[in-house]
Design a protein around this ligand. Structure first.
Ligand SMILES: Cc1cc2nc3c(=O)[nH]c(=O)nc-3n(C[C@H](O)[C@H](O)[C@H](O)COP(=O)(O)O)c2cc1C
Ligand code: SF4
Length: 569
């Protein structure tokens, strides 16, 4: 992919490819539904059903940058001018540096303007933006923008495009086609589709989804559950949130398909407490899906029941670990359970339970709708399909990029991210959350797939990238990794509970230059113990960021590698 230009020239809009439209409907979440706030939800300034649709994201990232104020300003200005505008609150396209990104539906396609402030709105109207008029904030046709045009959006296909709460809109964009196909298949046939697709869990561990579903299907029990892990605790990650806020029916459909497949009649979404907007959106979407017969006692007339509820998380990183999450869901403190038994055999309330990440469930509808082979065609090696990569940290352009596995960090950091925001060289990237390794510049060309990353001692995880420029102190980052583990440890096993605290102390001594050789050997041995002896990946993977920092950036610890080896010997 060629580097992205900062901003396409206004006025040079390619023609053709008008996106499918629908009659404007309120897209505000639960507490706003029913036009409680008409100023934010102007179906039409005149109440007429045919008008120009203007899209203003309702995604949290856009809201934090003033999207509500922009929506209100557009409604007010339309009222003043007597312009017939239907305001639709869509999801984010994942170009955060352009939020709030406003789109106008014109015969030439959806024309984007951004980043828009409330103060810009009168000028946009004056420039004729309702007809796609030229303006310094004009970005051209949104689907032709380089950030989006090169992506392979399978799970994010509808996010930003549709009205998140409109079932008609969802259906018009292939929604519920996967569920319709699933109810015509047997459980074993659905599971086979999942296995053949090659989908692996997107929550971090990359376990094959089909194998997990097969275990639950094959375990006879009077009650089974489907649980979605929406705790999304990894640093620099937000794809789950964006999907839940921008296309909640996709998650609902994926979970309903899982329920139909394994014979579970009840599901729970375990949502982190920091996501109030996603909560509102999910509550509203679940109510509408139930009313339309996609959830409830008779899913799409299949005679099969599937009920869904949202549960708010406890605000601890460890509650994202699947067994601690089950404890929390059962109303207890989030402490890790020893395995076996696997949750697929004895999970929530002791019943066989499918547990998947939001992105794993969100991949299910397209797999069922288009078939396993379609999905499997994307990817590299044993990493099949696509992953929504999340670009965060010190980058010019941050946001979400969904691409097939196999692209490189360098493409993401420079072609998409535009390099560091500070203009300095990017020195390290933490990939895969707080337990992921720090990847140095020399490894930026390794293809992003699960096995290739394991081969360099790193992990792809949930697809979060946090970039650091050359001012970062990697010794402090290593210390921070141990400290994070000490703070977030559930305390059940000794290597993690005690080891992480001792780890902070040992790193402090290395940084202070105290008996470096001896303390390095001690840290090495401590990391070995944590890797091999921890009950879960919090303690078991904390050595990854620590050891990668030491290996790739020894100078930050005051070490000359050869001298270290002599000292440690
Ligand atoms: C400390 C810790 C935190 C985790 N946090 C999350 C999380 O926030 N979301 C998630 O989906 N998986 C998380 N996981 C992974 C889950 O334990 C589990 O593997 C995952 O939910 C299974 O779904 P998947 O197969 O679709 O990935 C975490 C694991 C550990 C050890
Ligand atoms: S590794 Fe840490 S978080 Fe995991 S079970 Fe042990 S003490 Fe708990």
């Amino acid at each position: 992919m060629s580097p992205l230009p900062g901003r396409p020239k206004a006025g040079s809009l390619p023609l053709g490819g008008v996106e499918r439209g629908f009659r404007g409907a309120c897209s505000a979440p639960a507490e706003r539904a029913g036009c409680a706030e008409p100023a934010l939800c102007a179906h039409s300034a005149k109440g007429a059903p045919v008008s120009t649709r203007v899209f203003v994201p309702i995604d949290s990232a856009a809201l934090s940058l003033g999207a509500d104020r922009v929506a209100r300003a557009i409604a007010d200005e339309a009222g003043r001018r007597g312009a017939d505008v239907t305001l639709v609150r869509n999801g984010s396209r994942g170009m955060f540096w352009l939020e709030p990104l406003v789109e106008v539906d014109t015969p030439a396609g959806r024309i984007a303007y951004g980043p828009v402030k409330a103060e810009d709105v009168a000028g946009l109207f004056a420039a004729g933006f309702l007809a796609g008029g030229a303006h310094p904030l004009a970005l051209g046709r949104v689907d032709a923008m380089p950030w989006l045009a090169g992506q392979q959006r399978l799970t994010f296909a509808r996010v930003g495009l549709t009205d998140p709460l409109s079932i008609d809109d969802y259906r018009a964009h292939e929604g519920f086609a996967g569920l319709a196909r699933a109810i015509a298949l047997s459980g074993a046939e659905i599971v086979k589709e999942m296995t053949d697709s090659g989908l692996r869990g997107r929550g971090g561990a990359a376990f094959p989804t089909g194998i997990k579903w097969r275990t639950v299907l094959d375990t006879a029990a009077p009650e089974k559950y489907v649980v979605c892990n929406a705790d999304e605790g990894d640093s620099g990650t937000f794809s789950d949130r964006m999907l839940m806020e921008g296309d909640p029916y996709c998650l609902i459909e994926g979970m309903a398909i899982a329920g139909v497949a394994v014979g579970a009649s009840r599901g729970y979404i375990y949502l982190r407490s920091e996501y109030p907007h996603a909560f509102g959106m999910l509550q509203a979407a679940i109510a509408r899906a139930r009313a339309a017969g996609y959830l409830g006692a008779d899913v799409m007339g299949s005679g099969k029941a599937f009920e869904l509820e949202v549960r708010i998380g406890a605000g601890a990183y460890i509650c994202g670990e699947e067994t601690a999450m089950l404890e929390s869901l059962e109303g207890k403190r989030g402490v890790v359970r020893a395995k076996p038994p696997l949750p697929a055999i004895s999970g929530l309330f002791g019943a066989p339970t499918v547990i998947n990440n939001v992105m794993s469930f969100a991949s299910v509808p397209v797999i069922l709708a288009r078939g396993a082979a379609f999905y499997r065609d994307y990817g590299s090696g044993r990493s099949r399909g696509t992953l929504p990569f999340q670009l965060a940290g010190n980058l010019k352009r941050t946001g979400l990029v969904e691409r097939a596995f196999g692209l490189t960090l360098r493409e993401l950091l420079y072609d998409y991210g535009g390099g560091s925001a500070s203009g300095r060289p990017i020195r390290a990237v933490q990939v895969g959350g707080p337990l992921g390794a720090y990847v140095p510049e020399s490894q930026f060309d390794v293809p992003l797939d699960y096995e290739a990353y394991v081969a360099i001692g790193a992990m792809v995880g949930h697809g979060g990238l946090v970039a650091f420029d050359d001012t970062v102190d990697m010794a402090h980052m290593a210390r921070y990794a141990m400290e994070f583990c000490a703070i977030e440890s559930c305390g059940k096993c000794t290597p993690c509970r005690i080891g992480s605290t001792r780890g902070v102390e040992v790193i402090d001594r290395i940084i202070a230059g105290e008996a470096r050789g001896r303390n390095l050997a001690l840290l090495d041995s401590l990391c070995d113990t944590m890797l091999a002896g921890s009950l879960c990946a919090l303690g078991g993977m904390t050595p990854y960021p620590v050891q990668s920092a030491l290996k790739h950036f020894p100078e930050d610890f005051g070490l000359i590698p050869d001298q270290d080896k002599q000292a440690a010997a």
